[in-house]
Design a protein around this ligand. Structure first.
Ligand code: SME
Length: 168
């Protein structure tokens, strides 16, 4: 089975609302097909990160941090090498975990405590990911090198993916 040919994204621009909707629609359908019946967490995280990163022109860094004890540890991701460990409540990721809600940051330089793993990151969205019991077991972190790249459309689709593909 081959999936690669469908992905030829050119990075560095923020799609307008209509295009964004359609890119998420296609990515969600691709993931539904690829992940049908799958329950293994690393497989799910790696596939979601790959499909999203290779679909979206405004995604600069795309990946999961897993909850391990009192920290988030970097997991499956696409992009430049990232910070390995994030404490509970620290940065955008640690805040999304602590508050169990999506953090939409239009300007990372205006977010107190933002952790800069790559100085090119300009805006960010972090979505909590749960297991079947509803516990937050990871967060999906997406950074853009474009300012204000993420909005309610990204939030709606990523939260929908989190509901559709819970982790173990
Ligand atoms: N910026 C994040 C850290 C993770 S990296 O962006 C990959 C934060 O403030 O939590």
């Amino acid at each position: 089975m081959s999936h690669g040919e469908a992905y030829a994204v050119v990075k560095g621009r923020v799609p307008a609302a209509e295009e964004k909707q359609s890119l998420y629609q296609q990515a969600a359908e691709a993931l539904k097909g690829m992940l049908a019946g799958e329950t293994e967490s690393v497989l799910i995280m790696g596939t979601i990160a790959a499909v999203l990163h290779q679909s979206m022109p405004h995604y600069f860094w795309t990946g999961f941090y897993r909850v391990v004890g009192e920290e988030l540890l970097v997991g499956s991701y696409q992009g430049t090498p990232a910070c390995l460990r994030i404490a509970h409540g620290r940065g955008v990721c640690g805040s999304a975990w602590a508050e169990a809600r999506t953090m939409l940051v239009r300007d990372v330089h205006a977010f107190p405590g933002h952790i800069a793993c790559d100085a090119r990151s300009a805006s960010e969205i972090v979505v909590p990911w749960r297991d079947a019991s509803g516990a937050v077991v990871a967060v999906l972190d997406v950074d853009s090198d474009q300012k204000a790249a993420f909005d309610e459309i990204d939030q709606k689709w990523l939260e929908r993916l989190a509901r559709d593909f819970p982790l173990a």
